[in-house]
Design a protein around this ligand. Structure first.
Ligand code: IMP
Ligand code: MG
Length: 176
């Protein structure tokens, strides 16, 4: 199979939207300190770009989660490969996710994090594919709602490839 990528959201549009999200977050968290939890690996660039524009104090933590294997569809099993390290009890937690598809990953993570008693828990996702939702979850800050397609770039991968693309692209698989 030949892998072809077409640009869906270019760098300029991406950076502009990330700034807008940060501005909203700055307003909502005024006077507070945010405990950011980056869901690796996909959210790595998004979290860093967003964090650069957040003006309130920020603590950054990282968690590695996998659900996809090497395919185009989620395996349905959420595997926590590495848990975050700082106690979130009494903290204002903002979870940063690359993309919400079925919603199962975030539903699982929210359930797990709530047990650790943060004082608030919100979600920020760069991309949202609402068509595929299987669970009811609230995305408090959403970058772009997109149609059903397989996305790569700006952190998102296909079989671990293409994360380093500076834009959001759609992956098309074509017969050789
Ligand atoms: P969900 O649990 O079905 O909502 O899937 C969310 C996770 O699957 C995300 O954190 C991504 O890592 C991955 N994912 C979902 N859609 C895509 C995509 O189009 N490209 C790459 N990864 C995706
Ligand atoms: Mg992810």
């Amino acid at each position: 199979m030949k892998e072809e990528i077409s640009v869906l959201i270019d760098e300029e549009k991406l950076q502009k939207r990330v700034k807008e999200l940060a501005e909203q977050i700055n307003k909502d968290y005024e006077g507070k300190k945010i405990h950011l939890i980056c869901i690796l690996k996909g959210s790595v660039f998004f979290t860093c770009e967003l964090a650069k524009h957040i003006k309130v104090p920020v603590i950054m933590d990282f968690m590695t989660v996998s659900s996809y294997g090497d395919g185009l569809k989620s395996s349905g099993y959420i595997n926590i490969e590495q848990d975050f390290s700082i106690d979130i009890k009494g903290r204002d937690v903002l979870v940063i996710e690359d993309i919400v598809d079925s919603g199962r990953t975030l539903a699982y993570l929210a359930h797990m994090m709530k047990k650790r008693e943060p004082s608030s828990l919100k979600v920020c996702a760069l991309l949202d594919k609402p068509e595929h939702r299987e669970t009811e979850i609230t995305v408090d800050y959403s970058g772009f709602a997109i149609d059903d397609a397989f996305i790569v770039g700006f952190g998102l991968d296909y079989a671990q490839k293409y994360r380093n693309l500076p834009y959001i692209g759609v992956l098309n698989l074509k017969e050789d």
